[in-house]
Design a protein around this ligand. Structure first.
Ligand SMILES: Nc1nc2c(ncn2[C@@H]2O[C@H](COP(=O)(O)OP(=O)(O)O)[C@@H](O)[C@H]2O)c(=O)[nH]1
Ligand SMILES: [Mg+2]
Ligand SMILES: [Zn+2]
Length: 389
Protein backbone atom coordinates (compact mmCIF):
# COMPACT_ATOMS: atom_id res chain seq x y z
CA UNK A 1 0.00 0.00 0.00
CA UNK A 2 1.07 3.51 -0.56
CA UNK A 3 1.71 5.87 2.29
CA UNK A 4 2.42 9.56 2.59
CA UNK A 5 6.17 10.24 2.84
CA UNK A 6 5.68 12.99 5.42
CA UNK A 7 3.04 11.78 7.89
CA UNK A 8 3.37 8.05 6.95
CA UNK A 9 -0.43 7.68 7.02
CA UNK A 10 -1.75 5.09 4.51
CA UNK A 11 -3.43 6.53 1.43
CA UNK A 12 -6.78 4.77 1.20
CA UNK A 13 -9.39 4.91 -1.54
CA UNK A 14 -11.82 6.57 0.89
CA UNK A 15 -10.24 9.97 1.15
CA UNK A 16 -8.58 12.22 -1.42
CA UNK A 17 -7.29 15.77 -1.62
CA UNK A 18 -5.87 17.98 -4.35
CA UNK A 19 -4.29 21.37 -4.73
CA UNK A 20 -3.95 23.73 -7.67
CA UNK A 21 -0.94 22.81 -9.80
CA UNK A 22 -0.05 26.45 -10.39
CA UNK A 23 -1.06 29.90 -9.31
CA UNK A 24 0.46 32.57 -7.18
CA UNK A 25 -2.16 32.80 -4.47
CA UNK A 26 -1.06 30.90 -1.40
CA UNK A 27 -2.07 31.14 2.19
CA UNK A 28 -0.92 29.76 5.51
CA UNK A 29 -1.90 26.09 5.70
CA UNK A 30 -2.42 25.12 9.36
CA UNK A 31 -2.70 21.41 8.55
CA UNK A 32 0.52 21.21 6.54
CA UNK A 33 2.30 23.47 9.04
CA UNK A 34 1.35 21.23 11.99
CA UNK A 35 2.74 18.11 10.31
CA UNK A 36 5.81 19.89 8.95
CA UNK A 37 6.74 21.58 12.21
CA UNK A 38 7.09 25.04 10.63
CA UNK A 39 4.97 27.36 8.55
CA UNK A 40 3.83 26.04 5.17
CA UNK A 41 1.97 28.06 2.54
CA UNK A 42 -0.36 26.15 0.22
CA UNK A 43 -2.54 26.90 -2.76
CA UNK A 44 -6.23 26.18 -2.51
CA UNK A 45 -7.04 22.60 -1.51
CA UNK A 46 -10.19 20.48 -1.99
CA UNK A 47 -10.99 17.20 -0.32
CA UNK A 48 -13.25 14.35 -1.31
CA UNK A 49 -14.49 11.50 0.86
CA UNK A 50 -16.05 8.32 -0.41
CA UNK A 51 -19.85 8.67 -0.06
CA UNK A 52 -21.28 6.24 2.51
CA UNK A 53 -23.52 4.60 -0.10
CA UNK A 54 -20.79 4.31 -2.77
CA UNK A 55 -20.38 0.97 -4.57
CA UNK A 56 -17.30 -1.20 -4.04
CA UNK A 57 -15.25 0.06 -6.96
CA UNK A 58 -15.87 3.74 -6.25
CA UNK A 59 -13.24 6.23 -7.39
CA UNK A 60 -13.28 10.03 -7.47
CA UNK A 61 -15.26 11.21 -10.54
CA UNK A 62 -12.91 12.17 -13.40
CA UNK A 63 -12.14 15.89 -13.48
CA UNK A 64 -13.76 16.40 -10.06
CA UNK A 65 -10.76 18.23 -8.63
CA UNK A 66 -10.04 20.17 -11.85
CA UNK A 67 -13.61 21.47 -11.91
CA UNK A 68 -13.53 22.37 -8.22
CA UNK A 69 -10.20 24.16 -8.45
CA UNK A 70 -10.64 25.60 -11.93
CA UNK A 71 -7.55 24.19 -13.63
CA UNK A 72 -4.80 21.57 -13.47
CA UNK A 73 -4.32 19.94 -10.05
CA UNK A 74 -1.83 17.90 -8.06
CA UNK A 75 -2.82 15.28 -5.55
CA UNK A 76 -1.89 15.94 -1.92
CA UNK A 77 -2.02 13.74 1.17
CA UNK A 78 -5.47 14.24 2.72
CA UNK A 79 -3.93 14.05 6.21
CA UNK A 80 -0.97 16.45 5.99
CA UNK A 81 -1.30 18.09 2.53
CA UNK A 82 2.12 16.88 1.34
CA UNK A 83 2.18 17.16 -2.47
CA UNK A 84 2.33 13.66 -4.00
CA UNK A 85 3.99 12.90 -7.34
CA UNK A 86 1.92 11.35 -10.13
CA UNK A 87 1.57 7.62 -9.67
CA UNK A 88 2.55 7.71 -5.98
CA UNK A 89 -0.56 5.76 -5.02
CA UNK A 90 0.56 2.83 -7.19
CA UNK A 91 3.92 2.43 -5.48
CA UNK A 92 4.63 0.24 -2.48
CA UNK A 93 6.08 2.53 0.14
CA UNK A 94 8.04 1.36 3.18
CA UNK A 95 8.43 4.05 5.83
CA UNK A 96 11.26 4.07 8.34
CA UNK A 97 11.72 6.52 11.22
CA UNK A 98 15.02 6.99 13.02
CA UNK A 99 14.99 7.39 16.78
CA UNK A 100 17.58 7.82 19.51
CA UNK A 101 19.17 10.45 21.71
CA UNK A 102 21.58 13.02 20.31
CA UNK A 103 24.86 11.69 18.89
CA UNK A 104 23.82 8.03 18.93
CA UNK A 105 24.79 7.78 15.26
CA UNK A 106 21.50 8.18 13.36
CA UNK A 107 22.65 10.59 10.69
CA UNK A 108 25.96 8.82 10.01
CA UNK A 109 23.98 5.57 9.80
CA UNK A 110 21.65 6.95 7.10
CA UNK A 111 24.61 8.25 5.09
CA UNK A 112 26.23 4.80 5.11
CA UNK A 113 22.99 2.84 4.80
CA UNK A 114 22.17 4.33 1.40
CA UNK A 115 25.59 3.33 0.04
CA UNK A 116 25.09 -0.20 1.35
CA UNK A 117 21.59 -0.42 -0.12
CA UNK A 118 23.06 0.65 -3.47
CA UNK A 119 25.67 -2.13 -3.27
CA UNK A 120 23.10 -4.75 -2.33
CA UNK A 121 20.66 -3.55 -5.01
CA UNK A 122 23.43 -3.78 -7.64
CA UNK A 123 23.85 -7.48 -6.94
CA UNK A 124 20.41 -8.16 -8.42
CA UNK A 125 20.17 -5.26 -10.82
CA UNK A 126 18.01 -2.94 -8.70
CA UNK A 127 19.02 0.69 -8.89
CA UNK A 128 18.74 2.52 -5.56
CA UNK A 129 18.51 6.25 -6.17
CA UNK A 130 17.00 9.42 -4.74
CA UNK A 131 13.39 9.65 -5.85
CA UNK A 132 13.14 13.43 -6.04
CA UNK A 133 15.46 16.42 -6.32
CA UNK A 134 14.88 17.41 -2.68
CA UNK A 135 16.11 14.03 -1.48
CA UNK A 136 19.04 14.18 -3.87
CA UNK A 137 20.13 17.58 -2.55
CA UNK A 138 19.47 16.81 1.13
CA UNK A 139 21.28 13.49 1.01
CA UNK A 140 24.24 14.99 -0.84
CA UNK A 141 24.60 18.13 1.26
CA UNK A 142 23.79 16.85 4.73
CA UNK A 143 24.77 13.18 4.66
CA UNK A 144 27.07 12.11 1.84
CA UNK A 145 29.40 15.06 1.38
CA UNK A 146 30.19 15.76 5.04
CA UNK A 147 30.97 12.12 5.66
CA UNK A 148 32.49 10.84 2.43
CA UNK A 149 34.08 13.88 0.87
CA UNK A 150 35.04 16.20 3.64
CA UNK A 151 35.86 13.05 5.65
CA UNK A 152 34.80 15.03 8.62
CA UNK A 153 31.95 14.22 10.89
CA UNK A 154 28.42 15.34 10.32
CA UNK A 155 27.07 18.27 12.26
CA UNK A 156 24.41 17.53 14.83
CA UNK A 157 20.95 17.40 13.29
CA UNK A 158 19.25 20.71 14.09
CA UNK A 159 16.17 20.55 16.31
CA UNK A 160 12.94 21.14 14.43
CA UNK A 161 12.46 24.65 15.76
CA UNK A 162 15.89 25.91 14.66
CA UNK A 163 17.12 27.51 11.42
CA UNK A 164 17.39 24.89 8.70
CA UNK A 165 16.02 21.61 9.98
CA UNK A 166 16.74 19.43 6.95
CA UNK A 167 15.14 16.46 8.67
CA UNK A 168 11.70 17.97 8.21
CA UNK A 169 11.74 16.74 4.64
CA UNK A 170 11.52 12.98 4.18
CA UNK A 171 14.35 11.21 2.38
CA UNK A 172 12.71 9.29 -0.46
CA UNK A 173 14.60 6.56 -2.33
CA UNK A 174 13.52 4.35 -5.19
CA UNK A 175 14.48 0.68 -4.70
CA UNK A 176 13.57 -0.25 -8.28
CA UNK A 177 10.76 -2.69 -9.05
CA UNK A 178 9.89 -5.79 -7.06
CA UNK A 179 7.01 -8.06 -8.07
CA UNK A 180 6.35 -5.53 -10.85
CA UNK A 181 5.57 -2.80 -8.34
CA UNK A 182 7.65 0.31 -7.90
CA UNK A 183 9.27 0.07 -4.47
CA UNK A 184 9.97 3.17 -2.44
CA UNK A 185 11.83 3.54 0.83
CA UNK A 186 11.18 6.65 2.90
CA UNK A 187 13.48 7.49 5.79
CA UNK A 188 12.78 10.25 8.27
CA UNK A 189 15.72 11.42 10.32
CA UNK A 190 15.04 13.25 13.56
CA UNK A 191 16.99 15.50 15.92
CA UNK A 192 17.67 13.51 19.10
CA UNK A 193 17.04 16.71 21.02
CA UNK A 194 13.40 16.65 19.90
CA UNK A 195 12.98 13.16 21.36
CA UNK A 196 14.79 13.96 24.58
CA UNK A 197 11.92 16.26 25.46
CA UNK A 198 8.93 14.13 26.62
CA UNK A 199 6.60 17.09 26.01
CA UNK A 200 7.00 16.50 22.30
CA UNK A 201 5.09 13.20 22.54
CA UNK A 202 1.93 14.86 21.25
CA UNK A 203 3.56 17.04 18.59
CA UNK A 204 1.82 16.46 15.24
CA UNK A 205 5.15 16.72 13.41
CA UNK A 206 6.40 13.63 15.27
CA UNK A 207 3.27 11.51 14.75
CA UNK A 208 4.88 9.77 11.77
CA UNK A 209 6.43 7.36 14.30
CA UNK A 210 2.98 5.90 14.98
CA UNK A 211 2.43 5.13 11.30
CA UNK A 212 5.94 3.97 10.39
CA UNK A 213 6.62 0.44 9.16
CA UNK A 214 9.89 0.42 11.03
CA UNK A 215 11.29 2.51 13.88
CA UNK A 216 15.06 2.20 14.23
CA UNK A 217 15.96 3.10 17.79
CA UNK A 218 19.68 3.63 18.37
CA UNK A 219 21.43 2.96 21.64
CA UNK A 220 24.97 4.30 22.02
CA UNK A 221 27.29 2.02 24.05
CA UNK A 222 29.67 4.97 24.48
CA UNK A 223 27.06 6.49 26.80
CA UNK A 224 27.68 3.64 29.24
CA UNK A 225 30.25 4.52 31.86
CA UNK A 226 31.57 1.01 32.45
CA UNK A 227 32.33 0.79 28.73
CA UNK A 228 33.98 4.18 28.36
CA UNK A 229 36.04 3.52 31.48
CA UNK A 230 37.57 0.46 29.87
CA UNK A 231 37.89 2.10 26.51
CA UNK A 232 39.60 5.31 27.41
CA UNK A 233 43.01 4.25 26.15
CA UNK A 234 41.68 2.45 23.10
CA UNK A 235 39.05 4.69 21.63
CA UNK A 236 39.24 8.47 21.35
CA UNK A 237 36.68 10.12 23.60
CA UNK A 238 33.59 11.34 21.82
CA UNK A 239 32.76 14.81 22.92
CA UNK A 240 29.20 14.99 21.76
CA UNK A 241 26.97 13.09 24.09
CA UNK A 242 23.23 12.88 24.07
CA UNK A 243 20.53 12.52 26.68
CA UNK A 244 19.21 9.51 28.55
CA UNK A 245 18.21 6.72 26.15
CA UNK A 246 15.41 5.66 28.50
CA UNK A 247 13.69 9.06 28.26
CA UNK A 248 13.99 8.94 24.50
CA UNK A 249 12.60 5.42 24.30
CA UNK A 250 9.72 6.41 26.58
CA UNK A 251 8.93 9.43 24.40
CA UNK A 252 9.10 7.33 21.24
CA UNK A 253 6.89 4.57 22.66
CA UNK A 254 4.51 7.29 23.85
CA UNK A 255 4.27 8.77 20.35
CA UNK A 256 3.79 5.32 18.81
CA UNK A 257 0.92 4.68 21.22
CA UNK A 258 -1.31 2.07 19.64
CA UNK A 259 0.58 2.13 16.31
CA UNK A 260 2.25 -1.13 15.32
CA UNK A 261 5.61 -0.43 13.65
CA UNK A 262 8.37 -2.99 13.78
CA UNK A 263 10.78 -1.73 16.40
CA UNK A 264 14.48 -2.33 15.80
CA UNK A 265 16.60 -1.65 18.87
CA UNK A 266 20.08 -1.05 17.56
CA UNK A 267 23.32 -1.09 19.47
CA UNK A 268 25.20 1.51 17.43
CA UNK A 269 28.98 2.20 17.19
CA UNK A 270 29.53 -1.52 17.63
CA UNK A 271 33.18 -1.04 16.64
CA UNK A 272 33.69 0.50 20.07
CA UNK A 273 32.52 -2.68 21.81
CA UNK A 274 34.60 -4.75 19.39
CA UNK A 275 37.69 -2.90 20.49
CA UNK A 276 37.06 -4.15 24.04
CA UNK A 277 38.50 -7.45 22.79
CA UNK A 278 41.91 -6.03 23.46
CA UNK A 279 41.24 -5.12 27.08
CA UNK A 280 43.14 -8.00 28.60
CA UNK A 281 41.54 -10.04 31.32
CA UNK A 282 38.23 -8.19 31.31
CA UNK A 283 34.97 -10.08 30.91
CA UNK A 284 34.11 -7.77 27.98
CA UNK A 285 37.20 -9.02 26.21
CA UNK A 286 36.01 -12.62 26.71
CA UNK A 287 32.50 -11.85 25.46
CA UNK A 288 33.56 -9.84 22.45
CA UNK A 289 36.23 -12.36 21.37
CA UNK A 290 33.72 -15.18 20.83
CA UNK A 291 34.21 -16.18 17.17
CA UNK A 292 31.02 -18.25 17.21
CA UNK A 293 28.80 -15.31 18.09
CA UNK A 294 26.45 -13.92 15.45
CA UNK A 295 27.79 -10.47 16.28
CA UNK A 296 31.22 -11.57 15.06
CA UNK A 297 30.08 -11.99 11.45
CA UNK A 298 28.25 -9.89 8.87
CA UNK A 299 25.74 -11.39 6.42
CA UNK A 300 24.00 -8.15 5.61
CA UNK A 301 25.43 -7.63 2.11
CA UNK A 302 24.65 -11.19 0.92
CA UNK A 303 22.27 -10.99 -1.98
CA UNK A 304 20.20 -13.81 -0.50
CA UNK A 305 16.96 -13.27 1.42
CA UNK A 306 17.26 -11.63 4.80
CA UNK A 307 18.69 -14.40 7.02
CA UNK A 308 16.04 -14.77 9.64
CA UNK A 309 17.87 -17.43 11.66
CA UNK A 310 20.96 -15.25 11.90
CA UNK A 311 18.69 -12.34 12.85
CA UNK A 312 17.16 -14.32 15.69
CA UNK A 313 20.54 -15.38 17.05
CA UNK A 314 21.79 -11.81 16.92
CA UNK A 315 18.58 -10.68 18.60
CA UNK A 316 19.28 -12.88 21.63
CA UNK A 317 22.94 -11.92 21.79
CA UNK A 318 22.29 -8.18 21.63
CA UNK A 319 19.58 -8.46 24.28
CA UNK A 320 22.18 -10.04 26.57
CA UNK A 321 24.76 -7.40 25.69
CA UNK A 322 22.28 -4.64 26.53
CA UNK A 323 21.64 -6.20 29.93
CA UNK A 324 25.37 -6.23 30.48
CA UNK A 325 25.36 -2.54 29.50
CA UNK A 326 22.93 -1.83 32.35
CA UNK A 327 20.14 -1.27 29.88
CA UNK A 328 17.78 -3.85 31.41
CA UNK A 329 15.10 -1.22 32.12
CA UNK A 330 15.11 -0.35 28.43
CA UNK A 331 14.70 -3.98 27.39
CA UNK A 332 11.86 -4.25 29.91
CA UNK A 333 10.05 -1.22 28.55
CA UNK A 334 10.16 -2.82 25.10
CA UNK A 335 8.89 -6.14 26.50
CA UNK A 336 6.25 -4.61 28.75
CA UNK A 337 5.13 -1.28 27.30
CA UNK A 338 2.46 0.74 29.08
CA UNK A 339 0.01 -0.06 26.29
CA UNK A 340 0.22 -3.74 27.31
CA UNK A 341 0.92 -4.67 23.69
CA UNK A 342 4.61 -5.16 22.87
CA UNK A 343 5.58 -4.07 19.36
CA UNK A 344 7.07 -6.62 16.99
CA UNK A 345 10.72 -6.08 17.87
CA UNK A 346 14.22 -7.26 17.16
CA UNK A 347 17.66 -6.28 18.47
CA UNK A 348 20.59 -5.44 16.20
CA UNK A 349 24.22 -4.34 16.36
CA UNK A 350 25.68 -2.01 13.75
CA UNK A 351 28.78 0.02 13.11
CA UNK A 352 28.39 2.57 10.36
CA UNK A 353 32.01 3.72 10.44
CA UNK A 354 33.74 0.47 11.38
CA UNK A 355 36.29 2.33 13.51
CA UNK A 356 36.13 5.18 15.94
CA UNK A 357 36.79 8.61 14.51
CA UNK A 358 39.81 10.46 15.86
CA UNK A 359 38.63 13.81 17.18
CA UNK A 360 36.58 15.33 14.40
CA UNK A 361 38.10 13.29 11.61
CA UNK A 362 37.36 9.82 10.34
CA UNK A 363 39.79 7.05 11.11
CA UNK A 364 42.57 6.68 8.53
CA UNK A 365 41.24 3.30 7.40
CA UNK A 366 38.10 4.99 6.12
CA UNK A 367 34.59 3.63 6.39
CA UNK A 368 34.13 -0.11 6.91
CA UNK A 369 30.48 -0.63 7.81
CA UNK A 370 29.39 -3.62 9.85
CA UNK A 371 25.86 -5.15 9.71
CA UNK A 372 24.34 -1.82 8.67
CA UNK A 373 21.72 -3.32 6.39
CA UNK A 374 20.26 -5.80 8.87
CA UNK A 375 17.58 -3.61 10.49
CA UNK A 376 16.31 -2.29 7.16
CA UNK A 377 16.39 -5.73 5.54
CA UNK A 378 14.33 -7.03 8.46
CA UNK A 379 11.73 -4.29 8.00
CA UNK A 380 11.67 -4.80 4.21
CA UNK A 381 11.36 -8.58 4.66
CA UNK A 382 8.30 -8.20 6.90
CA UNK A 383 6.71 -6.40 3.93
CA UNK A 384 8.04 -8.93 1.38
CA UNK A 385 10.20 -6.32 -0.33
CA UNK A 386 13.63 -7.48 -1.54
CA UNK A 387 12.75 -10.85 -0.11
CA UNK A 388 12.09 -14.25 -1.62
CA UNK A 389 9.47 -16.56 -0.17
N1 LIG B 1 32.86 4.69 16.80
C1 LIG B 1 31.83 5.08 16.06
N2 LIG B 1 31.39 6.34 16.17
C2 LIG B 1 30.33 6.70 15.42
C3 LIG B 1 29.67 5.81 14.53
N3 LIG B 1 28.64 6.47 13.95
C4 LIG B 1 28.65 7.72 14.46
N4 LIG B 1 29.68 7.86 15.33
C5 LIG B 1 30.03 9.07 16.10
O1 LIG B 1 28.88 9.60 16.69
C6 LIG B 1 28.78 11.00 16.42
C7 LIG B 1 27.33 11.37 16.21
O2 LIG B 1 26.82 10.79 15.04
P1 LIG B 1 25.51 11.34 14.35
O3 LIG B 1 25.17 10.40 13.24
O4 LIG B 1 25.65 12.78 14.03
O5 LIG B 1 24.47 11.16 15.55
P2 LIG B 1 22.95 11.62 15.61
O6 LIG B 1 22.93 12.84 16.46
O7 LIG B 1 22.28 10.46 16.28
O8 LIG B 1 22.47 11.85 14.22
C8 LIG B 1 29.61 11.21 15.16
O9 LIG B 1 30.17 12.48 15.17
C9 LIG B 1 30.65 10.15 15.25
O10 LIG B 1 31.75 10.65 15.97
C10 LIG B 1 30.19 4.47 14.42
O11 LIG B 1 29.69 3.61 13.68
N5 LIG B 1 31.27 4.18 15.21
MG1 LIG C 1 21.52 13.53 13.45
ZN1 LIG D 1 0.68 13.03 4.86
Amino acid sequence: MSKCPRCFVSLTSDHFAWTQASGTTTEADPVASAYHGGQVLSRKIVELRRPVDAHAGWAPPPQHAELELGGPVREVCPTCHYVLVDGWRNAQVTCIAMAGARATGKTVYIAVLIKQLQLLGESWGAVVEPFDSTTEATYRDHYETPLYEARGILEATPAAHTGNPYQREPLIFSLGHWNNVSQILVIRDVAGEDLENPENARAPWLQFFAHADGVLFMFDPLKVESVTNQLHDLVPTQERVGGDPRTVLRTVLGIIGLGTPNLAIILSKFDALQSLQSVEGSDWSRIMSNPGAAFSRDFSLRSAPYHDGDGQLLNQEVRSLLKKLDATPMVMSVDQPHTGRPLPNRYFAVSALGESPVGDRLHASGITPFRCLDPVRWVLATRSVWHWQ
